[in-house]
Design a protein around this ligand. Structure first.
Ligand code: HEC
Ligand code: HEC
Length: 361
């Protein structure tokens, strides 16, 4: 039962009036949750002040899918991070609530909990908790204000109960954007894929690669035992198993700026660090389920994996900070197909059956 405290009223900076509600009648009994980690993955690091609990994850799931976060109640995080599309949107760049296009492509959130070296294409935010605060007020995303969102959540008995159960708060006055962000971060941490990927199953001794997959792996990983040629595709310098990313920021040769690094249209990592030497560098994306997340690259400029592979095969476009592993590869079509076939061993769609990840509305 919810108890209203007398007439104690409060006024927030936005000016709306609402009553604080005592929540201590609702049972707070947090149950820790340990997600299953795919074979070979490192342990999932969780901040001490935001342990994974069933109620925290469930609150985060509701907030992630709830359009209440957007200015006109039409969009949620899931509008650009759709579960059925592996938590991205298959658009080159994403449309926000006002129909304004951002200049970057939505990122797949699969295995984002393992991304410890910065978030976004330029790594400008360190933690999922800090990241989750941003889309609500971003004008090309949800374009709302947190006081607005928190007002609505505080007045909603459904969320009052969810915040109590997730965080043990005693009164609705304790509902804050920081708690909302913690819950969303917990939800994102369990978006884990790879358990059923053929790659991981083979590593665990539960299957075998086909000859074409093995050839693709060989090219990808540079194990250099393909008969009669020693060429490799250099991929694994940056897309390192088991997460298929180093989480570093690299220039993989998308633009031709020569030695004038100020010419990059999107300066990426360099703009964030205010260091021109880092211009044109972007986060190395994971390759899990990559076959489903076209178009590719930070601005969605490539239509399909064939185009990506032809890009790498050509050695990319030149600029002085292009990574040395981006060089002409001289792969024939058969090898290009083998690489694509290998990347398809990183497909695992079974995680989408996990009810804890699904849209609750
Ligand atoms: C309008 C579309 C849109 C909406 C709505 C949106 N995002 Fe995003 N998201 C993006 C884009 C685009 C990027 C990449 C932006 C960049 O690099 O500057 C991104 C990046 C991210 C990342 C970084 C992933 C990584 O691997 O580094 C996370 C986490 C994320 N979003 C979570 C959220 C959450 C949580 C919400 C809701 C509170 C949300 N997004 C709402 C489009 C959106
Ligand atoms: C020097 C590091 C580096 C090497 C080597 C490299 N990549 Fe990448 N890869 C990146 C970076 C960085 C991006 C994102 C670039 C951007 O969007 O600006 C990327 C993007 C991709 C993408 C698009 C993913 C998406 O979600 O948009 C695919 C697919 C890919 N790489 C596959 C490969 C393959 C296959 C190879 C080997 C032929 C390879 N990469 C070699 C760094 C590298």
């Amino acid at each position: 039962m919810l108890v209203f405290i007398g007439f104690s009223c409060c006024e927030d900076p936005g000016g709306s009036m609402f009553e604080d509600v005592d929540l201590t009648d609702i049972v707070y009994d947090p149950v820790n949750y340990e997600p299953e980690i795919p074979f070979g993955f490192p342990a999932l690091e969780v901040p001490e002040d935001n342990p994974l609990t069933l109620d925290g994850i469930d609150l985060g799931r509701h907030l992630f899918y709830d359009p209440v976060l957007s200015l006109d109640s039409t969009m949620s995080c899931s509008s650009c991070h759709l579960p059925e599309l592996h938590f991205q949107d298959n658009q080159a760049t994403s449309l926000g609530v006002d129909g304004i296009n951002g200049n970057r492509s939505s990122m797949s959130l699969v295995n984002v909990g393992f991304s410890y070296n910065g978030l976004f294409w330029d790594g400008r935010v360190q933690t999922l908790e800090a990241q989750a605060l941003l889309p609500v007020e971003d004008e090309v995303e949800l374009h709302n204000t947190w006081p607005n969102v928190i007002d609505k959540l505080k007045q909603n008995p459904f969320y009052q109960e969810k915040f109590r159960k997730a965080f043990g708060i005693e009164n609705t006055s304790e509902i804050t954007k920081e708690l909302a962000a913690k819950a969303i971060a917990s939800f994102e941490r369990i978006i884990i894929t790879g358990h059923k990927a053929k790659y991981n199953r083979v590593q665990a001794g539960l299957g075998f690669f086909s000859p074409e997959e093995a050839k693709g792996l060989d090219l990808f990983e540079d194990t250099s035992n393909i008969e009669s040629d020693s060429l490799d595709a250099e991929c694994s310098h940056c897309h390192v198993a088991p997460l298929f990313t180093t989480n570093f920021y690299e220039n993989n040769g998308l633009d031709s700026v020569g030695d004038n690094l100020s010419l990059f249209l999107d300066k990426g990592r360099g703009a964030f660090l205010n260091d021109p030497a880092q211009n044109g560098k972007f986060k190395v994306p994971t390759l899990y389920n990559v076959g489903f997340t076209a178009p590719y690259m930070h601005d969605g400029r490539m239509e399909d994996l064939e185009e990506v592979l032809h890009h790498y095969n050509s050695g990319g476009k030149n600029s002085i900070n292009k990574n040395a592993n981006i060089r002409p590869l001289e792969l024939n079509e058969e090898k290009i197909q083998a690489l694509i076939t290998f990347m398809n061993t990183l497909v695992d769609t079974s995680y989408l059956e996990n009810e804890m990840l699904q849209n609750p509305f």
